[in-house]
Design a protein around this ligand. Structure first.
Ligand SMILES: CC(C)(COP(=O)(O)OP(=O)(O)OC[C@H]1O[C@@H](n2cnc3c(N)ncnc32)[C@H](O)[C@@H]1OP(=O)(O)O)[C@@H](O)C(=O)NCCC(=O)NCCS
Length: 174
């Protein structure tokens, strides 16, 4: 990969439309046939440009990955939402446009989020992933994540299993 064409920077309100488009593309490609159709469409409709503009204006921590002038991925992160956990940081979401998956962009975003979490004094990291999302589970396992907890997520009348992957310290391999 030509790394000089790649950059990762904090998201700003003017990225809202691009991020909403990535969210929509990635959700359709990943969750069609997993999450019931209506629930999937509702989630996508809720997370449109206006939602993202508000979130970015409130300065929610978001990183945007650009490649060759195109916005191709983003990650949202912050304090862990798990109670009584040794993992202080959390990736809330990490999405790469389907056409750009599998060439290392997800790893680049993941590594940069870890640096940002460390900068904020948050040690350790957790990320939740639907168990049916095999690609993402393989991705987090390949990055050294350990499955540490399970839960459920309900979409309409369908209940899906989710898994928390964790990294014990700021060092990706631990
Ligand atoms: C999951 C996701 C973020 C991974 O990003 P990516 O850019 O495709 O991943 P990378 O190219 O950096 O892959 C890193 C490693 O993950 C693993 N991996 C990636 N895609 C995989 C696949 N389809 N099957 C198995 N392992 C896979 C591999 O070990 C890979 O390393 P390798 O290329 O040396 O074999 C991306 O596929 C994505 O956005 N998916 C849709 C949204 C999503 O599911 N997000 C996570 C929600 S929790």
């Amino acid at each position: 990969m030509a790394t000089d064409l790649l950059s990762i920077r904090p998201g700003r309100a003017s990225d809202a439309a691009q991020i909403a488009a990535i969210y929509e593309e990635a959700w359709r490609a990943t969750y069609q046939g997993v999450i019931p159709h209506l629930a999937l469409e509702r989630m996508i409709a809720r997370r449109g440009t206006a939602w993202w503009r508000r979130a970015l204006e409130r300065r929610s921590a978001t990183l945007v990955l650009e490649f060759d002038g195109q916005t191709v991925g983003y990650a949202g992160y912050g304090q862990s939402r798990m109670r009584r956990t040794p993992y202080q940081g959390e990736i809330y979401e990490l999405y790469v446009r389907p056409a750009y998956q599998g060439v290392g962009f997800g790893t680049e975003l993941f590594d940069m989020v870890r640096i940002k979490l460390m900068d904020h004094g948050l040690d350790g990291l957790v990320v939740w992933c639907l168990a049916d999302n095999e690609r993402a589970c393989s991705f987090y396992l390949a990055l050294g994540g350990k499955p540490v907890s399970e839960g459920i997520e309900t979409f309409a009348d369908v209940t899906l299993r989710k898994v928390a992957f964790a990294w014990a310290s700021s060092n990706r391999s631990s």
